[in-house]
Unconditional design. Structure first.
Length: 347
């Protein structure tokens, strides 16, 4: 454990853990030019091996291609950092079991916890407990319901995914004011699905379009196929279709093939490798997909290390790791697919 642990408790409970010691480095180098960035926030300083940081990692069961990629990327990130000792709890979709895993991390006295909660609200109290024990928590993907539950939060942009998908469709349908747009959502009860649909509707509204046909699936192949069959039966003509998730998109494409429909183009979501290969082929209705990064937990591991070692992000002037980071949701098309395919996950 690092010696600075004993000074953390009071700082972490405010939800604004201060980079102690970093504030007094990086002083004036020239008259009138004050550099507030700590010297250990340089690229070289951040890469330099420091004291070992013990990080507990807990996430949902890897029963989905994207979640599997989240876990494997986190493990790979830890392996690349010789001063990180990663303790991985078994993936679970049981909130009570995940709570007990975090409690065990607290009892073990880890230096930091990276947590992708199966249910953000349910895990908020135990995450707050960790923070109050002086253990910084990095919240990944599904937000806690209190700002006091995490030192840093790293998220994909669900609303931005919808905006990106809707903007792309607007561009492709420019001038077609009567275009029929369809949407295959994920699990409607989830805030992330609601955010994606809201962003999609807002983007379409900006170009005078709206969602004419919509169904919800369940992020599975079977669910995607069933929901798409229902949609295609109800909509004899479609011009553009957005499917929220490339894992369920395997079933979506199967239903489209079975129905013999090809009068529309499709946009996917999340950025799986198989979706990108479909795009690359040029022979599919799938023309594009919107990235939802599977790097979030890996980035969380790196942020946890920087926080515990009192380092900052080397490309920022700010002397601390930011409180909240939202990753971009770019559109992948045939023009840029080769840039994204090497880091894509397999459905």
């Amino acid at each position: 454990m690092l010696a600075v642990r004993t000074s953390r408790k009071m700082l972490v409970t405010t939800g604004a853990f201060l980079a102690v010691g970093a504030l007094v480095t990086g002083c004036t180098t020239e008259a009138g030019n004050t550099n507030t960035q700590p010297t250990n926030a340089s690229v070289e300083g951040n890469q330099a091996e420091g004291e070992t940081v013990v990080i507990g990692f807990s996430g949902p069961a890897a029963d989905h291609g994207w979640l599997g990629a989240i876990n494997s990327a986190a493990l790979a990130a830890a392996e690349d950092l010789p001063d990180v000792d990663l303790r991985v709890a078994e993936g679970t979709n049981d909130a009570n079991l995940q709570i007990s895993q975090v409690e065990q991390f607290i009892n073990d006295g880890v230096d930091a916890i990276v947590l992708l909660p199966t249910d953000g609200a349910a895990l908020t109290p135990v995450a707050t407990q960790a923070m109050e024990a002086g253990i910084p928590v990095i919240n990944v993907d599904r937000e806690f319901s209190s700002p006091f539950a995490a030192r840093a939060t790293i998220l994909g942009d669900n609303y931005g995914m919808g905006v990106s998908a809707g903007t792309y469709i607007c561009e492709q349908l420019e001038g077609n004011d009567d275009a029929v747009v369809a949407e295959i959502a994920g699990v409607d009860s989830l805030p992330l699905t609601q955010d994606r649909s809201r962003g999609f509707a807002d983007a379409l509204e900006s170009c005078g379009l709206d969602v004419d046909n919509r169904v919800a699936a369940d992020f599975t192949i079977a669910g995607g196929e069933a929901a798409t069959s229902q949609l295609l039966s109800a909509a004899p003509q479609i011009d553009a279709l957005w499917n929220h998730d490339d894992d369920q998109g395997v079933g979506v494409l199967a239903a489209i093939d079975n129905a013999g429909r090809d009068e529309f183009f499709m946009v996917g979501g999340a950025g799986s490798a198989n979706a990108m290969r479909e795009i690359q082929s040029g022979e599919s209705v799938l023309e594009a997909t919107v990235i939802y990064p599977a790097t979030q937990a890996a980035d969380g591991i790196r942020l946890a290390r920087l926080i515990v070692q009192d380092k900052a992000m080397s490309d920022l002037v700010e002397v601390e790791v930011p409180k909240r980071i939202v990753l971009n949701a770019p559109v992948v098309t045939g023009e840029n697919v080769e840039q994204y395919l090497p880091t894509a996950f397999e459905s």
